[in-house]
Design a protein. Sequence first.
Length: 267
Amino acid sequence: MGRSSEESPLRRIHSEASLLGGAAYAILLQIAHPSVAQGVHDHSDFASRPLDRLRGTLYYVYGTSLGTDEERARVQAIVRAMHRRVNGPGYRALDHDLLLWVAATLFHTWTRLYEMTVGEIDGDEFAVFLREAAVFATALGLPEEDWPATPEDFDAYWAEAVERLEVGETALGLSRQVFRPDNRLWWPVTSVQRFLAGGLLPPHLREDFEIPWSPARQRRFDRLVRVTRAVYPRLPRALRALPSRLYLRSMRRNGGWTRPRGRRVFH
């Protein structure tokens, strides 16, 4: 895929800070796929090093969507090399099914958070965004023809894939690590992410992940969405794009990537 223009939906949508509110939601969707859960369990260390995992994921996301051609190629090559080593009983990180699912969860999360906090994405723009977002899977080896070609194709794939999700003990254990990492200083942040994920997940997945919910919590979530939708779009554009700029600056300062100590995989 060629470099996106400054006006492309991919660049514009990915620069929004509000998309970070869906981080835990995307992770839970990913690990609800049993093969992804097992791969993360065997090869990831986000419980002990959540900042490294977040940094690496955002380097990949922002480097791919907002970086130069050289930066995009570099971060994608590093992620491909890391994923080639991730193999085990019943999973291989570069399996086309897993690449498609992980990339689809990202696209779905970005779309949902953008529309909840900024505004609706119209049909033509949504179709362009879908085509552009294919790079997050195709850059890792998914054949381009395997990525949904139209919004209707994506909706059909998503509905079928969600029906196959299964939150087993491995996924449940990983979710507990996400929300209670070793460093207690992260707990206020992960508590907020747990609340947001609870409001975003379908009820059956929320229950399977043992996220407490109630009518009162639902009202608080709905109120938060209404207030955010009213206030966030009125913030200065530079402020809304600040996290993406800071991560790109960090990536460039570190020569394109910071290799964390230990293990880390799946984005």
